[in-house]
Design a protein around this ligand. Sequence first.
Ligand code: CAO
Length: 428
Amino acid sequence: MTKALEGVRILDMTHVQSGPTCTQLLAWFGADVIKVERPGVGDATRGQLRDIEGVDSLYFTMLNHNKRSITLNTKTDKGKEIFTKLLEACDVIVENFAPGAMDRMGFSWERIQEINPRLIYASVKGFGPGPYEDCKVYENAAQCTGGAASTTGFLDGPPMVTGAQIADSGTGLHLALGIVTALYHREQSGKGQRVLAAMQDGVLNLCRVKLRDQQRLQRGPLKEYSQHGQGIPFGNATPRAGNDSGGGQPGWILKCKGWETDPDAYIYFITQAAVWGKICDAIGKPEWKEDANYATPDARLDKISQIFDTIEEWTKTMTKFEVMKICNPLGIPCGPILSMKEIAEEPSLRETGTIVEVDHPTRGKYLTVGNPIKLSDSPSDVKRSPLLGEHTNEVLSEVLGMSPTDIADAKTDGSIGDETTASTIAAQ
Ligand code: CAO
């Protein structure tokens, strides 16, 4: 079976998280991803949040699987010359530098089109064109400017960021879709194009339902928000909704047995209208089925908090998994709060390749998240991340046809690094 993106070559100028998640996805699908890093320095995340001295961090290793690494200083004359040849040899260049960095390097979009008109030039930036287009941005700043933070958290608390990296990994996903779309378009047009995914736009796209609520608010209170039942008036912007469901079926996080000591002994419980009768029977409130105050979704809207308090008295008598075991066969949608420890140890996630154990020459074995997108005919295998410059010699000779003398010359003036190469690792 062939990989879906086999034959596509990506020049990967990405660093930190957003860009690397995009190129990692493309690499999992079979693209040849050549990561370009500064000689002797590399992607800053190699050294950030290190858990083992002198070893690439998990931050780096978990974002850069299936790639090849070369070191190249794109600011020396020789480095620019090699970089130009790489642009000629690749289908896509991906970068997430601060605004203007590629232009300062001497590789504007106009220049790139001259070098290779078929090349797709894809970027992550913090913002699209506008007042903030020159700003540097990290994850949480984008969560704040994209509408996630103002709508996350509890009504009586400050704005809150979420642990899911919706701005970095989320924008990486958006960019990957833009790239494969541009590759598809190139099949007919024969031309590359510019692809931009701004982190603010990506976060806003994921917060679409909150802009929906902003507009609904102008026509009256948001009746499915628990603050409505609590008699708390709405302001003029979409409020923080705690653990309220974002959709039309009310939900909340409820305590389960052991909650006093276990921070994750909770379950998300959804009172889906279609199974209301079954919920009433399960929690020992069969009379609610016929009671006009509870029988219809509209009648329940102003009692959501009280209803969940009653359901919680029932869920507190069981573990989250016991609640799940009862609710699932009844078709009641719910989800136990799983800790990262529980997820890491879950056998079914190992079987599907969602959690993968990888071996690394200097780190040893570690866990990572595999490709979350499964193709029936093009499965992904997860290969360890490259060491800094591990493939410099291999890529320069195989892709650019450079001779050992040319490579040695480029090393002499520091245009390429002199790090460990694939052949020395193989010999270890
Ligand atoms: N050879 C020579 N120079 C190189 C190089 C190479 N191989 N690779 C990088 N550089 C240079 C860049 O050209 C840049 O130089 P200039 O400042 O002279 O233009 C310099 O290294 C630093 O790049 P940077 O400004 O992108 O890095 P930073 O650490 O200052 O900023 C970040 C990091 C993430 C804030 C910024 O890159 C950014 O805003 N990116 C866009 C948004 C984004 O992706 N954010 C998410 C990051 S993940 O949380």
